[in-house]
Write a protein that binds this ligand. Structure first.
Ligand SMILES: NC(=O)c1ccc[n+]([C@@H]2O[C@H](COP(=O)([O-])OP(=O)(O)OC[C@H]3O[C@@H](n4cnc5c(N)ncnc54)[C@H](OP(=O)(O)O)[C@@H]3O)[C@@H](O)[C@H]2O)c1
Length: 383
């Protein structure tokens, strides 16, 4: 019986993790839940899953009488760290959105927990520190949940230690795959949120439209699999059936396939090394019929090149890219800037903030703070 804390239980990944946990009550006991702003949803989940602990990280709130006594409650930003290192918990699913999840991953790692990582921004900003703490993915202390990285991990698991020649990171191409640059730059919020194959939280859906999601995933793959970015190649694959692949020295490519449904990689991380029923439909290759692959267009989607430059620069550069992007996506979703200005804001901040060495976590948090401040100033100046 795995005792799990789900950080970000009210989000897209968090709720799907609860769905698959509920399918296997003999394997998983949900011991702790955290939420940040969706209080009503958290109350509902507490009533249904009866965790021993509930954490509301958005601040102090009044609790309805019926949930007050169902479990122990904590409030405020520090509650996330508390949840990540609860002595009774052995597995922490970090499904928080954004950089807020980094401190929790580090706290869980220091407390000796197994971490199932959906929160890619934590790895993008603090990859070197996180990997130093957990060791290689093969240690099975840090297991990827992101579908592409889960796929690569699964391909490598069967490789008996053979090193990859190249990682093939697939991408659906998002809703603007065939759009002109001019049209992409002026896309509306509704258009950006209309992902063709995946149903996800708002921030990652916008990231998928701009391809910043793939940029973050290149960085994530670099750290998780200790592969230089020159050996990570993005393939646009609109059907989202091949979740990613690995090329080996003999030319063989091993790919992992499945329907585009996050319950598969979530449950695989939770149940590894076992494979349990996910409650989803099986992949029907006859129904899919055709799988296609295209080269990405870096002129229309410059985010992936930005990520590669940041990896070359090292130090705080990836944390700066991540923070500027988070701020810009937030501004776009509030209708403050156009989609094209997400790229402009990230470039503006990257061009101006010097890249500094990372000696400790505080260096990353400081770079993150400065990048957000600069991004907000620039966005404010655009009005
Ligand atoms: N969704 C997917 O299919 C998918 C696929 C691969 C990777 N991921 C990654 O998984 C992570 C979560 O994505 P998502 O789509 O599930 O996001 P989401 O639907 O927006 O959910 C985010 C969760 O994080 C909580 N949260 C937000 N800000 C927080 C903060 N400052 N401190 C603590 N908790 C906070 C939210 O709480 P409230 O709702 O209470 O505010 C919510 O529970 C992201 O890093 C994303 O890139 C997602």
């Amino acid at each position: 019986m795995q005792k799990i804390a789900i950080l970000g239980c009210t989000g897209s990944i968090g709720t799907q993790a609860l769905q698959v946990a509920a399918l296997h009550p003999d394997r998983f006991r949900v011991l702790a839940l955290t939420a940040h702003s969706s209080a009503e949803k958290l109350f509902e989940l507490v009533r249904r899953f009866r965790p021993e602990y509930a954490f509301y990280t958005g601040g102090e709130i009044a609790l309805p009488e019926d949930v007050k006594s169902l479990c122990k409650w904590s409030f405020g930003t520090k509650a996330l760290i508390e949840a990540a290192r609860l002595p009774e918990v052995d597995t922490v699913l970090d499904a928080v959105m954004g950089m807020a999840g980094l401190e929790a991953v580090l706290a869980a790692g220091k407390a000796g927990k197994k971490v199932l990582l959906a929160n890619k921004e934590a790895l993008v900003a603090g990859g070197a520190l996180v990997m130093e703490l957990f060791g290689p993915v093969g240690n099975h202390r840090l297991l990827p949940v992101d579908s592409e990285h889960s796929a690569i991990w699964q391909c490598l698991e069967g490789a008996h230690g053979c090193q990859p020649k190249e990682l093939i990171l697939t991408a659906s191409g998002g809703p603007f795959r065939t759009w002109t640059l001019e049209r992409i730059r002026k896309a509306t919020i509704g258009e950006a949120l209309g992902h063709p194959t995946w149903s996800m939280g708002r921030k990652i859906t916008v990231d998928s439209a701009t391809m910043f999601n793939k940029a973050l995933e290149i960085i994530e793959a670099r750290w998780l699999f200790d592969v230089p970015h020159e050996k990570i190649r993005v393939h646009i694959h609109p059907q989202s059936i091949v979740h990613s692949a690995v090329r080996f020295e003999d030319g063989t490519v091993i790919a992992q396939m499945g329907i585009p449904d996050m319950r598969l990689p979530i449950l695989y991380a939770m149940s590894w090394p076992d494979r349990l029923p996910t409650g989803t439909e099986d992949l029907d290759l006859f129904k899919i019929g055709t799988l296609t692959f295209e080269k990405p267009d870096d002129a229309r989607f410059p985010a992936m090149d930005m990520a590669r430059s940041c990896l070359d620069a090292g130090g705080t550069a990836c944390a700066v890219l991540n923070a500027a992007n988070e701020e810009a996506v937030g501004a776009f979703l509030q209708g403050k800037i156009l989609l094209g200005e997400i790229y402009d804001t990230v470039s503006f901040v990257l061009d101006r903030l010097p890249t500094l060495a990372v000696r400790e976590a505080g260096d990353i948090f400081e770079a993150d703070r400065r990048a957000r401040e600069m991004a907000r100033e620039r966005i404010g100046g655009l009005k």
